[in-house]
Design a protein around this ligand. Sequence first.
Ligand code: ADP
Ligand code: K
Ligand code: ZN
Length: 445
Amino acid sequence: MMYQPELETLPREKLRALQEERLRRVVAYVYERVPFYRRLLDEAGVDPKRFRGLQDLPKLPFTKKTDLRDHYPFGLFAVPREEVARIHASSGTTGKPTVVGYTRADLEVFAEVVARSLAAAGARPGMMLHNAYGYGLFTGGLGLHGGAEALGMTVVPVSGGMTERQVMLIQDFRPEVISCTPSYAQTLAEEFRKRGVSPEELSLEYAVLGAEPWTEAIRKQVDEGLGVRSTNIYGLSEIIGPGVSNECVEERQGSHIWEDHFLPEVVDPETGEPLPEGKVGVLVFTTLTKEAMPLLRYWTGDLTFLTYEACTCGRTHVRMGPILGRTDDMLIIRGVNVYPTQVEAVLLDIPEVEPYYQIVVRREGTLDEAELKVEVSEAFFREIGQKALSDEVIEADHRLHALRERIARKIKDNIGVTMKVTLLPPGQAPRSEGGKLRRVLDLRK
Ligand code: ADP
Ligand code: K
Ligand code: ZN
């Protein structure tokens, strides 16, 4: 089912024509209303009156996260404060958050793209959504909420955390759809298993997971653990929030970007040059319809690729691959670039372990040392019949020893780095307690 079939299947020429018109309009709009953009465009020699549209897109300067910080809190707003209907902010690791604003019309667009996303994920009017994204300044909770209401769902605004209560509500209310971070879906699946509740007993059919990178390893675990078909929802507060794109449940091969509102590009991380379809680079977005805080060529820092190949679901909107990492998550270990998702992908092929892991990086003298801590599966742990997995236990048991070697070799072969592998008993790696999970501990800084 599609929420807006006409727009979602718009022939590409028409979509392009719409983008042309909207792009020209937004360039003129920000030039007129946002002093920051007037200066930036003047400096770049872009005259909005002469700006031709998509062919001139590469001439526009990028907007970076630092530009938002430099104009904290409301300096990039294009409308008077009284016309701003809602504020959100993204956490940021240090210092001031990144603030974004929405007019009423922006909130309608937000609900519309999330409704499209939920429908693409399998949700239907009348179904119940257990929304376990955090409510508050974070865009996840209220974002999914508005979209689910627009679609005509029954929304349960649980927010993140208090896992025991979530498990009870899912059993009692019997929702068909759940939205949360993939790491929290892992936590919930594990909690049900501990209680002896089988996936077949659960009412859940679809899971809409996002806000952090995840791979097929986690997809498999969550699909099996909750008895669902999960899809990837992507977004960022600067552009609108979750619902910039979503996979269709039919294919689950890339997320359709709602291109009539968000114009995507993938560019070379070093040079900023636009890259051809299929090449991995930094995802950049220009908002085409935002009123309160439109952004030109916003540098997301997220790495992925685009494909314009037709999709069997009938949607014509371009698909983005999974986020392979964000530039700020990239680890450089002895000169090699490593993303946690690469490590996670390796774990998919190793049946004795689960995608519960942590990467710890230290500096020993002048050298980087990376350690991968990963949990063995319940079944394998039972088979081994040990209480702990100390070095002595591992050395003494050829199955454990061989497993450790096999993981280390696969990491080396696939990623090109040497990692010390530490096997953990089930339940020992960090878990999500509701929100995003940090899987990297970099002790070098
Ligand atoms: P915060 O900065 O507070 O975490 P945001 O929602 O703005 O809040 O974070 C957006 C970022 O989250 C994106 O730029 C991306 O790095 C990450 N993200 C969101 N959805 C996904 C997803 N489906 N897969 C991978 N990363 C995602
Ligand atoms: K189920
Ligand atoms: Zn599709």
